[in-house]
Design a protein around this ligand. Structure first.
Ligand code: AR6
Length: 180
């Protein structure tokens, strides 16, 4: 684990592990626009939270089938998770930097804004879009860390929970570049 303190901003921490076991106020789910579960971290979060989570997701109104368009965020309780809340966001399916970067930035930013609006202090993120959505990992780490560095006001800790040693190492190198 590494921790970077910032003046008047959330500390940024990096850990390797399973986000479903993390007890921050909220964990962020890398969902899809339908927001009724899926594979990857989304599947793991739904399994760990229990069936009440999909029921709560179903109550979020859908516009043209989308409960959460890419770059936006929604919040539900965490039910059986250690985290009290789940912030569902949707990253881009990677196309190219010009198209995808603003959407990934917006997914992180919308999640942080929602946490702040709800008075939450600690938030954990997975590597959004870095699985089936195919975002190049190093580029995604830059987007994630710069956005969280800039938008961490009124929060105590923003934690990245990276599932593999390889992904942790990518984040750690980029963080060292940005904060070290
Ligand atoms: N804890 C932390 N990170 C995890 C966990 C976990 N338990 N499980 C997987 N990861 P992905 P995306 C990592 O594919 O690319 C879903 O079907 C994983 O190793 O979950 O944003 C949704 O419903 C990877 O580094 O999300 C969407 O349809 C990262 O989480 C779509 O996938 C993100 O991988 C979203 O794709």
């Amino acid at each position: 684990m590494v921790r970077y303190e910032q003046a008047n901003r959330a500390a940024i921490t990096l850990t390797k592990g399973d986000i479903t076991r993390v007890d921050t106020d909220a964990i962020v789910n890398a969902a899809n626009a339908v927001m009724l579960g899926g594979g990857g971290v989304d599947g793991a979060i739904h399994r760990a939270a229990g069936p009440e989570l999909v029921a709560a997701c179903r109550e979020v109104p859908a516009v043209e089938g989308k409960r959460c368009p890419p770059g936006e965020a929604q919040i539900t309780p965490g039910f059986n998770l250690p985290a009290r809340w789940v912030i569902h966001t949707v990253g881009p399916i990677y196309q190219d930097e010009e198209t995808s970067e603003p959407v990934l930035t917006s997914a992180y930013r919308a999640s942080l804004d929602l946490a702040r609006e709800r008075g939450l202090r600690t938030v954990a993120f997975p590597a959004i879009s870095c699985g089936v959505f195919g975002y190049p990992h190093e580029d995604a780490a830059y987007v994630a860390l710069t956005t969280c560095k800039e938008h961490g006001h009124d929060l105590e800790e923003i934690r990245f929970v990276l599932f593999s040693a390889a992904m942790y190492n990518v984040w750690a190198e980029v963080a060292d570049d940005l904060f070290g």
